[in-house]
Design a protein around this ligand. Structure first.
Ligand SMILES: Nc1ncnc2c1ncn2[C@@H]1O[C@H](COP(=O)(O)OP(=O)(O)OP(=O)(O)O)[C@@H](O)[C@H]1O
Length: 325
């Protein structure tokens, strides 16, 4: 990749006996939205921390904007913006003061800062809350302010570690609107981690990570093709007989459990009318399921990234954040 702004080769991170990241390699092009998708403990945060110079790799190499994350930490830090899992705003300060201190830290000229700040807070719809202390903000407002701050100093690469964890779906999609708008305008590269399937759909490319290893890397559409097709689930009174007829008539191999049969077909919408016409009298119900990234993960690892367990983890995180204040 000639215009790669993130270049990672065999990156490894060990914590004593535990190898959290086991030699990952990938490249991200300028302007790309690239995501790490994987369950809790897969090694996503550890990777992003190494790329953001917050954690030293045990082995391997990573360049951000052409700079080495170990030998040129300062240059890397000037090239990047960060929005991490744990809020890092100063609660006692106002939104404006939080942004101002960030700008000072990054040597953003005061004239540039004023203009950029106005633009960023307008984007995240916090203009009328600029002078309020952050401690009165909701979780979604804090996250929006952090995103505005992440973009404030014109970074080349923005790192987002679980950017919308614990937020409601509406706030999540709003946050993605801001990120896409700015990325498009300023050609910023986005590297993000997530365990939300629908969030991963925002990426141009995804690396699926499990136990510290990349198990697949491609566009969401291509990854879904790995599953094989649309999944049709049939509830029937005569499962055995119907499985035989599906094989005979359509050449399909049905997987079954009790009175439920599952088949994979290429065009689910077109197949259902044919199925009903041929075998309607034995069918109680039919459902069509388009392959999701969850199905891809299941196919690749034999496990699911389950939303219920994820939500429980989110709740614990939000609870912990609340207690830390
Ligand atoms: N500072 C640390 N010391 C020891 N072990 C750690 C440390 N940080 C992470 N780990 C371990 O490394 C593994 C990968 O953790 P990591 O936080 O990178 O996963 P993740 O994919 O980001 O998961 P999550 O979604 O929960 O943040 C886990 O087993 C974790 O317990």
């Amino acid at each position: 990749m000639s215009d790669a702004v993130i270049q990672v080769e065999n990156l490894v991170r060990k914590f004593k006996d535990l190898t959290a990241v086991r030699g990952v390699s990938f490249q991200v092009a300028r302007g790309e939205v690239f995501g790490f998708l994987g369950p809790n403990g897969a090694g996503k945060s550890t990777t992003i921390k190494m790329l953001a110079t917050l954690l030293k790799p045990t082995a391997g190499r990573a360049l951000i904007n052409g700079y080495d994350v170990v030998r040129q930490q300062d240059r890397v830090r000037r090239s990047i913006g960060l929005v991490f899992q744990d809020p890092s705003l100063d609660e006692r300060l106002t939104a404006r003061e939080n942004l101002f201190f960030h700008a000072m830290l990054y040597n953003v000229e005061s004239r540039v800062f004023k203009r950029r700040m106005q633009e960023m807070v307008e984007m995240v719809e916090l203009t009328d809350r600029l002078n309020d202390p952050v401690k009165y903000f909701s979780g979604g407002m804090k996250r929006r302010l952090e995103i505005a701050r992440g973009f404030l100093h014109y970074p080349q690469v923005l790192f987002l570690d679980e950017p919308t964890v614990g937020l409601d779906p509406q706030t999540r999609s709003k946050i993605w609107e801001y990120i896409h708008a700015l990325r498009q305008r300023e050609n910023i590269t986005i590297f993000m981690t997530t365990h939300y399937m629908e969030e991963a759909e925002n990426c141009h490319r995804i690396a699926i990570i499990d136990h510290g290893e990349i198990v697949a890397m491609d566009t969401p559409a291509n990854l879904k093709k790995l599953v094989g097709g649309d999944i049709i689930t049939i509830l029937t009174t005569r499962a055995g007989e119907m499985a035989d007829r599906l094989a005979e008539r359509f050449g399909l191999r049905a997987a079954g459990q009790g009175n439920i049969l599952r088949v994979e077909v290429e065009q689910g919408e077109a197949f259902i009318p044919l199925l009903v016409r041929e075998m309607g009298e034995d069918i109680k119900s039919v459902t069509l399921h388009k392959p999701s990234l969850d199905d891809v993960f299941l196919k690749l690892t034999g496990r699911e990234i389950r939303e219920e367990s994820v939500s429980a983890v989110d709740r614990i995180r939000v609870f912990r954040r609340g207690r830390r204040r």
